[in-house]
Design a protein around this ligand. Structure first.
Ligand code: UDP
Length: 470
């Protein structure tokens, strides 16, 4: 390690985007760096304090001398009217109000930049959504690393798609095409990659690529080896694979276990006999879709724990009448926030019906749990490719474009993953091998462990006066 670090630890500012799927891994990553002696600060808005404060406080209390600092910078009053119901986190905002939120979000540039320029950190690790932090860091002459959320596979696909963009424009939404220039043969439909093709995503990517010191990825090299090598081929690029961040930080939660009633319920079930069902923190299924899902789960005949999130429709019942009574014994419904990592790590859980958010994907891999995949938006369709075709640790639910997914399709995929057939066993074995690789990656000497050190060393070396080249 560089000698500079021993004398004066680098100060890193972590700037997460305001949604659980970005806040959770960024906090986990900040903890990783704080454990290596870095002075870490999380910068967010006051409305997100309830989400981050408990984690930071318990980390600081347990660590004694090592601390993470929380900096709260409010939205300027001029955009308060744009915050839907005053909410500052996507998990509490209906998607119909996202646009308004994003307008307010752009106004953070002034106060956030002002603070960063005044505080002069040694490095900024910023969510890619805050594209302008690249300019702020450049003005200070310090490195900025972009954090995108998903793994490097998605990043590589995004780049390839950018090259194909002019031709893609005239293609049909549903006809699969080959994503060019990748190390593996990947076919997608235009509908599946529509979020990656937006001007917003492309600009964000360019910003990260052109002006940043590098990217920080919540993944581990062994999981996405072909794509990590592919990414590295272009000269001058730096990627640090420091994940799965949840694995190094959630031991406590795993050890403490899930809430009593859920634990009791899971304890009463046989090993690998329960399907965990969750669609992340932002899901907004229609009533019709929820009904199909309920019937699909019931008809599968397998045990399930269904985490039903309704933070956007707080006053409404989401499940069909009588459903919970009918499935008593085989199905457990959790309302609100579920302790997902702990549930996935319970020995009774043998499958995860997931929307393929990147954090959920990694958490399932780490727990050695095969997946039933049902992506809904954003990068989730690409994560599904990685899960089902590249890693072969999941089964996709058949879907027809934007139509409601039918109960029969859900039942069939659930039976495939939870069943006793040879393929199910092989899939289970493969995901367990990946779980072991994930654990090895974050342990001392593992690839992700070393990448945290490598980044700290690189930042410290820059602090020692080494020139900062892109
Ligand atoms: N999560 C949780 N309990 C819930 C819902 C979500 O712990 O009831 C966590 C989950 O473990 C993951 C994150 O929230 O760490 C969701 O991130 P992901 O990328 O999977 O999906 P998103 O919510 O961003 O769509």
């Amino acid at each position: 390690m560089a000698s500079m670090r021993a004398q004066q630890p680098p100060r890193i500012f972590f700037i997460p985007f305001m949604t659980p799927g970005h806040l959770i891994p960024m906090l986990d990553i900040a903890k990783l760096f704080a454990r290596r002696g870095v002075a870490a600060s999380i910068i967010t808005t006051p409305g997100n304090e309830p989400f981050v404060r408990p984690t930071i406080d318990s980390f600081n209390a347990a660590a004694n001398s090592i601390t993470i600092d929380l900096v709260l910078i409010p939205f300027p009053p001029s955009v308060h009217h744009l915050l839907p119901n005053g909410k500052e986190n996507l998990a509490s905002i209906p998607s119909s109000d996202y646009l308004s939120f994003f307008h307010a979000f752009t106004a953070l540039k002034g106060p956030f930049s002002e603070f960063i320029l005044g505080a002069r950190p040694d490095c900024v690790i910023s969510d890619a959504m805050f594209a302008w932090t690249a300019d702020t860091a450049a003005a200070l002459g310090v490195p900025r690393l972009a954090f995108y959320g998903p793994g490097i596979f998605v990043h590589c696909v995004n780049e390839s798609l950018e090259g194909q963009l002019p031709r893609l424009k005239s293609w049909s939404d549903s006809e699969p095409f080959v994503v060019e220039g990748l190390p593996l043969h990947i076919r997608m439909t235009k509908r599946e990659v529509s979020a990656q093709l937006s001007d917003f995503t492309i600009n964000m990517l360019r910003e990260g690529e052109d002006k940043s010191y590098g990217v920080i990825v919540n993944s581990f090299y062994e999981l996405e080896r072909d794509f990590a090598d592919h990414y590295r081929r272009k000269p001058g690029r730096r990627a640090y694979y420091v994940g799965p961040a949840s694995l190094s930080n959630r031991r406590q939660e795993i050890n403490e276990g899930v809430t009593n009633s859920t634990t009791e319920w899971l304890d009463s079930k046989e090993r690998d006999s329960v399907l965990y069902v969750s669609f992340g923190s932002l899901n907004e299924f229609s009533d019709e879709q929820l009904r199909e899902l309920a019937v699909g789960l019931e008809n599968s005949g397998h045990n399930f724990v269904w985490a039903v999130k309704n933070s956007k429709r707080e006053d409404q019942e989401l499940l069909p009448t009588g459903f919970e009574e009918r499935v008593k014994g085989t199905g457990l419904v959790i309302r609100g926030w579920a302790p997902q990592v702990a549930i996935l790590n319970h020995p009774a859980v043998g499958g995860f019906l997931t929307h393929c958010g990147w954090n959920s994907t990694l958490e399932s891999v780490c727990a050695g749990v095969p997946m039933v995949t049902w992506p809904v938006e954003y990068d989730q369709f690409l994560n599904e490719k990685l899960i089902t075709e590249i890693l072969q640790i999941g089964v996709r639910i058949e879907r027809k474009g934007k139509e409601v997914v039918k109960a029969e399709e859900i039942t069939e995929a659930v039976k495939d993953v939870m069943g006793e057939e040879k393929e199910a066993g092989e899939r289970r074995e493969r995901v367990r091998v990946h779980a072991a690789m994930a654990k090895a990656a974050v342990e001392e000497g593992g690839s992700s462990y070393r990448d945290v050190d490598r980044l700290v060393d690189d930042i410290s070396a820059l602090g020692n006066g080494e020139p900062f080249h892109k």
